[in-house]
Write a protein that binds this ligand. Structure first.
Ligand code: ATP
Ligand code: MG
Length: 778
């Protein structure tokens, strides 16, 4: 065994070594709490596989996020060398499935150039699916003589858009669980069946797949086509999966088939499952036990990451969950460290001021000359809570990285990507729409009129948006538009032609992106900056500044070229001779569509020594010496979910919310601060998160005056009605597995002053919804 390998394995503890060195043909399952070295052990397992003669190109390592994939590649590269690490396939489920689907597209009724629909394109397809259903319904009503209801006379498009939000969620959930329209129908959901069917038809006719399709289509390819199965079996001799608790039922089926004749290792922690909105299903652990009966199961129980105080506090919290697959007793030899600080702040500004003071204090740490920020993170539930930190950090010259920012949803970024998409064969209407919106130099209303007219012509002539645009602007005379509008329309067509030529020339992908970005009119960029100013008060300028956007996109190109997603010939020297760079561009767009989905932004550009600002979801698997969990308020953690129009917390989601706080707390190595605010920007009183009561007294130091009674570890006397509302599971009561929660399960008291409090909330996907309490909840 190479010396570096054995050195690495020796650095592991006995249990970790036992796991890494288990006979490679035995299916292995490692279950352990946070910071216990699961990922470290998995690296050891890969070294063992290499040592036993499994070629690096035959090892498939699956992770759940792009961040986790690059983290694992770095860790393996540090021991086995960069060359070996580069040959391994370390991939997210989605990018792996995408490659498989592209290679066998015709078996799925698509061509290999099929379009991969991201969030926006999926939304447009859903709007169309809803429109088709409504039209069909109205036609039937009309035929049967019933009154035809115009859904919303003046603004039908808005009506479909409103409806589409709900249906997008429905379609995503149906697809994650592999539901077909026929199954919806069998369950009595006729409307759901029609929408799902329409949506699938639209995607088929547009030669497109969405993210959920990638997984289900891969399962189909493996199970229905023996030649595909054989090909995969020959390619992958060993599979390792990190963060297994995040796999959905469909992803599990995929793994199970793929691993049936291969060697498999899974690593996970059910207590850290926080992606149920993406279909993550912890019953995968039980399925694994059932489907691989000769497996070996190893538990690691020593936490190497955090102080004893943090480990014990986190364990006390998670013990309140009932639905746990495996109870873990996490211990640590680390010193007890200082108590967890729970800090009450008057409002978000005061919260930010406290964090800034502590950061400056921590970062100096004895040295006033050189401050060190890289070991500090600020974690929050929703991105919006991070905004104030960005402004203040900038003013106070505290360097910071932002993870989990919806970078790819910014209009400037979307415009550049749309311009690139138009060069791909079979591009649909969506990107052309976006390009016209970005490039036409008119006021909003005028722009809308021009685009609506093109849409109308394309519907009448049953042709694509771009053909209609060519017809209109190519014609010499048009009564519909003024001369200036015609000229500008022609200019847009000309720009599109230039982009297409650029992409077909022998150009590096970075050069194409740079040229395309520079084609955006100054007027548009200034407009976007103004929008960002109004939205976040100077906050987002950095992202609307073209240079900064371009830098991030070029960092994406570097990441893309460093990832073995497409064949080496295609990427050769960052240049594709003969074919132009269209093929690479297609793969690059797939790559960033994946990043868009995860809200992942390249970290190459980030300053290493800077404070990390991130959502809790994006902080998974990572660690810092000092962690601030901010806005730990009721209604943030736990965040309420809308259920049949009513905001509710049900037993299962309370447990997921508790897991989220658990993940956040266990990111800290040495010092943990948990902060909450008592008043929002509208002067509404807020409560601390009900979970804070679950941290034992002796492990926390409370700096609070007003809400002290809500933090008492003993459950307050239920006969006393407090003036404010609190939501959560009363201590000592156990959550039920049912979806509907009996009313007495919720400890909801409505604030007397506001009667029916409502608040615009945002879920972890960035979808907003109205949180309200109905009489039913009282
Ligand atoms: P998470 O559940 O958060 O993903 P994990 O179980 O994957 O955590 P790792 O990230 O592998 O844990 O390890 C946590 C920390 O503990 C890392 O800093 C790692 O270097 C360290 N560590 C792991 N095993 C050992 C060991 N045997 N000796 C010393 N340090 C270790
Ligand atoms: Mg890990």
């Amino acid at each position: 065994m190479p010396e570096e390998y054995s050195k690495y394995l020796q650095s592991l503890n006995d249990r970790q070594q036992e796991a890494a060195c288990t006979d490679i043909s035995t299916p292995l399952m490692i279950v352990a709490g946070p910071g216990s070295g699961k990922t470290s052990t998995m690296v050891g397992r890969v070294l063992m596989l290499l040592n036993e003669g499994i070629g690096s190109s035959h090892i498939l390592a699956m992770t759940f996020t792009t961040a986790a994939a690059s983290e694992m590649r770095d860790r393996i590269g540090a021991v086995a060398g960069k060359a070996v690490a580069k040959e391994l396939t370390i991939s997210t489920f989605h990018s792996f499935s995408l490659q498989l689907c592209r290679s066998h597209a015709e078996k799925l009724g698509r061509t290999p150039e099929f379009l991969l629909y991201g969030h926006g394109q999926q939304r447009r397809a859903i709007i169309e699916a809803v429109r088709l259903m409504e039209n069909e319904k109205n036609r039937k009503n009309h035929d049967s003589g019933k009154l035809v209801e115009d859904s919303n006379g003046t603004n039908r498009l808005q009506y479909f858009k409103d409806k589409s939000k709900k249906w997008q969620k429905f379609v995503s959930q149906a697809k994650a669980s592999g539901k077909t329209p026929a199954e919806c129908r069998q369950m009595g959901d006729e409307i759901g069946a029609v929408i799902l069917g329409n949506y699938n038809d639209i995607l088929r006719s547009c030669n497109a797949l969405d993210y959920h399709d990638l997984i289900s289509c891969s399962v189909k390819l493996l199970s229905d086509f023996p030649e595909v199965f054989k090909e995969c079996q020959d390619s992958w001799k060993a599979i390792v999966v990190d963060e297994f608790q995040d796999t959905s039922a469909m992803q599990y089926s995929f793994l199970q088939i793929l691993a049936s004749h291969s060697r498999i290792t899974i690593v996970g922690d059910d207590d850290q499952s926080i992606f149920s909105f993406n279909g993550a299903d912890i019953s995968g652990f039980d399925s694994f036990r059932r489907d691989f009966p000769d497996h070996k199961e190893i538990r690691l129980n020593k936490n190497y990451r955090s102080t004893r105080c943090i480990v014990e506090a986190a364990s006390s919290l998670i013990q309140n969950n009932v639905n746990r697959c495996q109870l873990k007793n996490v211990l640590t030899d680390n010193s007890s460290g200082s108590k967890i600080t729970i800090k009450e702040c008057h409002n978000e500004d005061a919260q930010c001021a406290f964090v800034v003071d502590k950061i400056l204090e921590t970062a100096s740490n004895g040295s006033a000359v050189k401050r060190s920020y890289g070991n500090i993170a600020v974690l929050y539930r929703r991105q919006v809570s991070g905004k104030v930190f960005q402004t203040v950090f900038r003013d106070r010259k505290i360097p910071f990285n932002i993870h989990g920012v919806a970078f790819y949803r910014k209009k400037v970024v979307k415009a550049i990507i749309a311009m690139l998409r138009t060069t791909l064969p079979g591009c649909d209407d969506g990107p052309y729409h976006q390009v016209f919106k970005a490039l036409l130099p008119f006021e909003k209303e005028e722009k809308k009129r021009v685009i609506d007219h093109i849409d109308k012509i394309s519907t009448i002539r049953k042709c694509s948006f771009i053909s209609a645009a060519c017809d209109i602007f190519g014609a010499k005379i048009s009564g519909t538009f003024k001369r200036s509008q015609l000229t500008q329309g022609r200019k847009v067509l000309f720009t599109l032609e230039m982009i297409s030529k650029l992409a077909h020339r022998e150009q590096s992908i970075s050069a194409v992106i740079t040229s395309v970005a520079n084609m955006l009119p100054q007027k548009y960029l200034l407009e976007q900056r103004a929008v960002a100013d109004a939205d976040g008060g100077k906050l987002l300028n950095e992202d609307t500044d073209l240079r900064s956007v371009l830098q991030y996109l070029l960092d994406d190109v570097s990441d893309f070229l460093a990832t073995p997603l497409i064949t080496t010939e295609e990427k050769k020297d960052n240049l594709v001779e003969e074919k132009g760079c269209v093929t690479v561009l297609k793969a690059f767009i797939d790559f960033i569509t994946g990043r868009e989905r995860e809200n992942f932004r390249s970290r190459r550009h980030d300053n290493e020594d800077s404070v990390t600002l991130t959502t809790i979801h994006q902080s998974k698997g990572l660690e810092w010496d000092t962690v601030f969990i901010v806005k730990a308020n009721e209604s943030e953690i736990p965040l309420l979910h809308e259920f049949n129009g009513v905001a509710r917390v049900n037993g299962t989601s309370v447990e997921e919310e508790r897991r989220l706080l658990y993940v956040a707390m266990t990111r800290a190595r040495k010092k943990l601060f948990i902060l909450y605010v008592i008043m929002d920007s509208n002067w509404q009183m807020l409560q601390p998160s009900c979970f804070l009561k679950e941290i034992p007294d002796h492990l926390r130091e409370i700096q609070a005056e007003l809400s002290i009674k809500y933090l008492q570890t003993k459950h307050p006397d239920s006969s006393k009605k407090g003036p404010q509302f609190t939501i959560g599971l009363p201590i000592g009561e156990k959550s039920s597995e049912t979806d509907m929660v009996p009313n007495n399960f919720l400890n909801v008291q409505i604030n007397e002053a506001s009667k029916e409090p409502t608040e615009l909330m945002e879920d972890c996907n960035g979808n907003s919804f109205l949180r309200r309490f109905s009489a039913e909840d009282r």
